[in-house]
Design a protein around this ligand. Structure first.
Ligand code: FA5
Ligand code: MG
Length: 381
């Protein structure tokens, strides 16, 4: 508890628990489990898979664009709603702005949900080529590839008319071509020969927008989003008549593939048997699971109410079980003649590090049931 009370420092900003967790403030939805992750900065540990991956991506940009890209890996994750949403043209009614999807410290301040939150300020500071690496926060479901804190790397490159004038392309086509070439080069740098494909998509801040998928172990895996930056963002931040590309990639997704890490919770493990397997500069050393403990499944059924959301349920479970919960999955869903809807969720409990006792699991499940009743006000069946 003492450690949790002490302020953490990120990029010169001191953050105390009471700055982030405000239990009696209805405009705040940040739990202690999330506060306790601030300042850990896994991406700044050279012997951690995320740090190793970050440094390998740095190497690629240093080699491809010597001296051009400025790197920021220590920007404060507390940002204004303006930075996180307005500055990147996220519409007023977009779901990502909801309390169900984003951690709000107060009505004007959030834990950034993407590194795109820093695009505008860095442009205004005059940067034209930059990488931003940081922890990002999202209220989300629970399974082996989703965690409420993960890490992104943002890339941004600005072109001036001189860059594309001789190319026979307009600025947008020129930037899109350069973007795809740059990211295909990065994928090759990380994976060697690999099958990849581009998928058209939508982001409020880019047009056109794409996702890159990599074929890995029989499946297409989305690893990043990117596109040609909306003119309005450049204009508002001192780059009229310029064109830019941007990308945002998920470090955990790439690291899980590169190091064979089967569950996203492992990135947070302090267990020596995990941490000792990775060392500075060694990309792609395959993780050897040190043990495999059986999961324990507990089902829970209840009548939902209008406010019920799966993200809220997951927050309750995470608050009690922490990293001992592996998955929360809807397994049954029906509406009766009276119009009442019942959900049955299956919770998988499993430690990455040891076997759990029956007593421990029953305690957690009992507490989950109590809190689901009291906090979500649903009727257990
Ligand atoms: C974004 O966050 C955009 N800001 C990316 C972007 C930047 C687009 C600049 C265009 C220009 P998205 O929500 O799809 O997009 O997340 C980007 C990547 O983060 C995903 O491709 C995925 O690799 C990773 N990611 C997303 N959600 C999770 C999660 N819950 N756990 C782990 N990785 C995730
Ligand atoms: Mg996406």
């Amino acid at each position: 508890a003492a450690a949790a009370e002490a302020a953490v420092e990120v990029g010169g900003v001191k953050i105390a628990r009471e700055d982030v967790v405000k239990e009696d403030d209805p405009t705040n939805n940040v739990p202690d489990t999330i506060y306790s992750k601030i300042g850990l900065q896994l991406h700044r540990r050279d012997n951690h898979p995320l740090g190793i991956l970050k440094n390998t991506i740095y190497d690629y940009f240093d080699k491809s664009f010597p001296g051009q890209f400025v790197k920021f890996d220590d920007l404060c994750p507390l940002v204004s709603t303006k930075q996180n949403f307005d500055d990147v043209l996220v519409p007023a009614d977009h779901v990502s702005r909801s309390y169900n999807d984003t951690y709000y410290v107060d009505s004007q301040t959030v834990l950034r949900c993407h590194t795109s939150a820093h695009q505008a300020e860095l442009l205004r500071e005059g940067h034209r080529h930059f990488l931003v690496i940081g922890d990002v926060y999202r209220r989300d479901s629970i399974d082996s590839t989703h965690y409420p804190v993960f890490h992104q790397m943002e890339g941004f490159r600005v072109f001036s008319p001189d860059d594309w004038s001789g190319s026979g392309m307009d600025g947008t086509a020129y930037a899109a071509t350069d973007l795809k070439k740059t990211l295909e080069g990065l994928a090759t740098h990380l994976f060697g020969a690999v099958e990849m494909r581009w998928v058209d998509t939508y982001f409020p801040f880019t047009n056109p927008s794409f996702e890159l998928e990599i074929y890995f172990q029989g499946d297409w895996l989305e690893v990043l989003g990117c596109g040609v930056t909306e003119q309005e963002i450049l204009k508002s931040n001192g780059r009229t008549d310029h064109v830019a590309w941007a990308f945002g990639l998920g470090l955990e997704r790439l690291a899980m593939v590169l190091f064979d890490i089967p569950d996203i919770r492992l990135f947070w493990s302090n267990d020596q048997r995990f941490t000792s397997q990775f060392s500075k500069g060694k990309l792609g050393v395959k993780f050897k699971p040190f043990s495999k403990f059986p999961p324990c499944y507990k089902d829970m059924s209840f009548w939902i109410n209008d406010e019920f959301t799966e993200n809220n349920l997951c927050e309750v479970v995470r608050g009690i079980a922490g990293d001992l919960v592996e998955e929360v999955k809807l397994i049954d869903n029906f509406t009766n003649k009276k119009g009442m809807t019942s959900h049955c969720y299956r919770i998988a409990y499993r430690s990455m590090e040891r076997s759990l006792t029956d007593e421990e699991i029953n305690d957690m499940q009992w507490n989950v049931r109590e809190e689901v009743k009291s906090k979500l006000r649903v009727e257990l069946r």
